[in-house]
Every structure is written in structure tokens, then in C-alpha cells.
Ligand binder design. Sequence first.
Ligand code: 4LI
Ligand code: NI
Length: 190
Amino acid sequence: MLTMNDVIREGHPTLRKVAGKMTLPLTDEEKDLADKMLEFLKNSQDPETAEKYELRPGVGIAAPQVNVSKRMIAVHVPSDDPEESEPEFSGVLINPKIVSHSVQQTCLSEGEGCLSVDREVPGYVPRHKRIKVEYVDIDGNTQKKRLKNFPAIVVQHEIDHLNGVMFYDHIDPDNPLALPDDLEVLGSAE
Ligand code: 4LI
Ligand code: NI
């Protein structure tokens, strides 16, 4: 299984590289990594497993974060309804590409966290509110998926990792809490 020891942290050069496109079909080793990335997210969200292995909770992880410079991400966003057992969005996305997106932007009220960043970086990270993402799934099928709000933010954060971009690159250094007209804040109670 993957643990935090497998996750590289900011300052590691792999996090600033453009990851290479994956060739299909995946090798057994690549499939194994795909399974382990998704399993890591599920483990990290399970209180007992997370405590036992000292995992930081995450909803997304990109292959470069485990020092594999290939275009693959895993996302596991649980439903916000505690009665609902099906996740809102879950899977491994191979060679993901945002093919269209809204003009409207959104951001998390509490800012973004990253498994590769061991500090809090305050500030709004503007993201497209809605995206259409094309990717190959773990079974080798091409998928087109429309996402909005939190799942869309997570996919954009993880695709950024494939391009050597960190979430704080998007924060306005002069005014981290600047709110342009078309930037909606997501997730705060008010
Ligand atoms: C426990 C069990 C407050 C602070 C609120 C926790 C199950 C921050 C938010 C979780 C923040 C789960 C998350 C991300 C933020 C903050 C990621 C908790 C895991 C909330 C996911 C990739 C940014 C994604 C909303 C500095 C490791 N995740 N919170 N950002 N959750 N989680 N990101 N922001 N402030 N990061 O971190 O997985 S996109 Cl599901
Ligand atoms: Ni990250």
C-alpha cells in the first residue's frame, strides 16, 4: 500500500516537471499504481486506517506526487450526504484533458490543501466552476465527464500536478483574498 512516505513534498524537482502522456494499454505495474493511488485516498478518508498509518486525508492524488512522472490522477470525492454510500465522483483518470470549461470561476472558502505541501498556504485559488474532462478510465475506455464545484476543483488541482503547477501558483501574491467579480466562494456557511 501507499503511505505518506511515498508522497514527495514541495521542493522535489518531479513536482515541477511536465508529466509524460501514458501509452495504452497500461502495463501491469501502471495498473497496480492506479489501484494503489485510489486505495490510498479511500484509506486516508477512513478514520481508523488513516490513524493507523498516519495518512493525511485527501480526495485527489496525482502520479507525480508519488514520483512517477506520468499523466494519471486518482480522485475520490465522497458524497456530502452522510446517508449516501456512493461517492460523488471516484476513479482513476488517465491522460485527463479539460476540453471545455465555464467562464465563471469558484474557489474553496478555506483555501486548498495538498498532500505534498506540509504547511497552510492562505488564499483563494480561482478554479473553473464547471469543466468537461476527457480521459481514459482504468478499463481502457474513453470517458467524457461534466463536473462542477468541489469535484471540478479537485480534478483541476490534480491536472495541475501533471503540468508542474502547485495550487499556490494561482494565489494572488498581493492580495491572497482578492475576490474578482466573477469569482464565487464555495463551501462557507454564509
Ligand atoms: C477527513 C475525512 C478546511 C481547510 C476546509 C477529511 C475525509 C482546507 C477545506 C476529508 C480545505 C475527507 C480538502 C482539499 C481542502 C484546507 C486534497 C477534508 C479531505 C477536506 C479533502 C485537492 C484541494 C484536495 C475544504 C488549507 C489534500 N481537500 N480540503 N482542499 N477531507 N479536504 N484539496 N481545503 N485549507 N488535498 O486545506 O485532496 S483540491 Cl474527504
Ligand atoms: Ni496537490
